[in-house]
Write a protein that binds this ligand. Structure first.
Ligand SMILES: NC(=O)c1ccc[n+]([C@@H]2O[C@H](COP(=O)([O-])OP(=O)(O)OC[C@H]3O[C@@H](n4cnc5c(N)ncnc54)[C@H](OP(=O)(O)O)[C@@H]3O)[C@@H](O)[C@H]2O)c1
Length: 328
């Protein structure tokens, strides 16, 4: 039996807890350590989730030799420096979305990982859900005829103060980087890069995007309408229309537990695509398999995919006058 891959968790916020709870549904790894900016916080998180080692800084975790890979789930603005630090220390990295604030930084991270021969992947967990693969297969097999339109959204009313990471530009706040990245991912996964992009947005008082409407056009005539918001509750659904029918994924579409098809073969059929757990664990099993095979990149969610998403987001943010600092 191969040794389990030893995981360290960097930061102890909301996503860290969800990830650790879901980890039990994955295979090939174990969580051996956690770090926080405060030792007490790391101790308390370790006690809550039964993690053997707790550290009061990323430096201490990296020096401990207790991990093979670090899962970074800090605010967006911290990802780049922490990922660089982990790679330099010889660790592999799974980095929460968005990997960095700018495509240039994402490219630098992949280059650094390649130099160090370490694995790195953006945690685009939705890519690894069985339902999302099924959705693409349904479209490819012509279930709704030629695809013409995608409507996808993700958004909620962020009831937080201006210092919170969702609204604070210093922490990489804004709807695009936090939630808009998912609709962007789906459009890219299904259709690739668009040839035309139009958008409307509005800003928060802190100067990041509060909401946006994006329309993308593809060479084959497909149009995609993407909404993201931190200032209202969106339906969080997918609707794809084709020449002979349509497909819906009900809320929360990114967990994709069922797909509804109204097509020429299937009339009002619901295809169950459920699973145990919340869905973050599929990417963990995938990463463990990559590491067991000595891969430094995922062959499924490739560096080019993260970079393409980052470039599309860069272009929009630039157009909207939102400029995050480049990290190096
Ligand atoms: N995959 C998903 O479905 C999903 C869902 C939600 C969020 N996310 C992503 O997960 C990441 C974290 O989101 P979250 O909702 O967990 O945020 P959060 O609740 O604010 O937690 C972030 C944690 O990072 C640490 N931190 C705070 N400020 C920091 C700073 N300035 N520099 C370094 N570390 C800092 C803190 O942990 P310590 O006090 O322990 O250091 C904090 O608890 C983001 O990248 C977000 O986009 C992903």
């Amino acid at each position: 039996m191969p040794q389990p891959i030893r995981w360290g968790i960097c930061a102890t916020g909301r996503m860290a807890g969800k990830f650790v709870k879901d980890f039990v549904h994955s295979s090939g790894g174990e969580i051996t350590a956690v770090c926080s900016r405060q030792q007490e916080q790391a101790d308390s998180f370790a006690a809550e989730f039964n993690i053997p080692h707790a550290f009061g800084s990323l430096d201490d975790l990296l020096a401990s030799g207790k991990t093979d890979i670090v899962y970074l789930c800090s605010p967006h603005s911290a990802h780049y420096a922490q990922a660089m630090q982990c790679l330099s220390a010889g660790q592999h990295v799974l980095c929460e979305k968005p990997m960095t604030l700018r495509a240039a930084d994402t490219k630098r991270l992949y280059a650094h990982a390649r130099e160090r021969q370490r694995f790195i992947m953006e945690a685009m967990w939705v890519r690894f859900l069985p339902g999302i693969a099924r959705l693409k297969a349904l479209l490819e097999q012509g279930e709704i005829g030629e695809v013409r339109q995608l409507n996808v959204d993700f958004g909620f009313s962020a009831d937080v103060g201006t210092a919170h990471r969702l609204l604070n530009p210093e922490l990489g706040g804004g709807a695009m980087l936090d939630v808009g990245i998912y609709p962007m991912f789906l459009a890219y996964f299904l259709f690739g890069k668009p040839v035309d992009v139009a958008s409307l947005h509005c800003l928060t008082g802190t100067g990041v995007d509060a909401q946006s409407n994006i329309i993308m056009g593809y060479a084959n005539g497909i149009q995609a309408h993407l909404l993201s918001a931190l200032n209202c509750q969106l339906p969080n659904k997918v609707l794809i229309s084709g020449a002979t029918g349509f497909i819906e994924i009900p809320a929360l579409w990114m967990h994709c537990r069922e797909i509804r098809v109204q097509g020429h073969n299937r009339n009002g059929v619901t295809i169950p695509t459920g699973y145990d757990g919340a869905g973050w664990h599929f990417q963990v099993t995938h990463v463990n398999e990559c590491l067991a095979n000595n891969l430094i990149n995922s062959p499924v969610y490739k560096p080019a995919d993260s970079i393409a998403l980052a470039e599309m987001m860069d272009e929009l943010l630039e157009k909207w006058g939102i400029r995050y600092p480049v990290s190096s």
